[in-house]
Write a protein that binds this ligand. Structure first.
Ligand SMILES: Cc1cc2nc3c(=O)[nH]c(=O)nc-3n(C[C@H](O)[C@H](O)[C@H](O)COP(=O)(O)O)c2cc1C
Length: 134
């Protein structure tokens, strides 16, 4: 697993909506807007599944996912890739459920997707485009 740097964490804090890309086992791609993405440690993101359909089906059969982070003011962009574990019970799931309900009571909080970060790439246009950062 790899750890996000301070710059990446600053970028993460600016992003309000995360495009979450997954793929089925057969390689059919999917991307969904997800707002509830929390950085719980330098190498781990939590995604709250309230209304996921294809995303959830995909990660059940292929645990790889990717998100990009972009902020126009910071002029930074990076692709974050990782491996997902799904939890529908246990301490972490209950913690996520509480966080979701503190923001908006009544949301289903069906499951917790734990994303362990495996790679981060630069995606700003320019000489570093596509380069692996961590
Ligand atoms: C602004 C915005 C924020 C959203 N945030 C979430 C979220 O945090 N969790 C979630 O499960 N769905 C969220 N959704 C809803 C999903 O994107 C939506 O249910 C989508 O159809 C899921 O795609 P999928 O079927 O490909 O998984 C959000 C949608 C929008 C427009």
């Amino acid at each position: 697993m790899v750890a996000l740097t301070g710059e990446m964490k600053e970028l993460f804090s600016k992003v309000k909506l995360f495009p979450v890309a997954t793929a089925s086992k057969k390689g059919v791609p999917n991307v969904a807007p997800i707002a509830f993405v929390v950085m719980v440690s330098d190498d781990t993101l939590w995604l709250a599944d309230n209304f996921m359909n294809k995303t959830l089906a995909n990660v059940k059969e292929n645990p790889r996912a990717a998100i990009y982070l972009y902020d126009a003011d910071l002029k930074k962009c990076c692709q974050v890739k990782g491996k997902i574990e799904i939890k529908t019970s246990g301490d972490d799931y209950e913690k996520m459920r509480k966080m979701v309900h503190e923001k908006k009571p009544g949301l289903p909080a069906k499951s917790l997707l734990i994303m362990k970060i495996t790679d981060v790439f630069d995606c700003m246009p320019g000489p570093n485009a596509g380069k692996k950062i961590v």
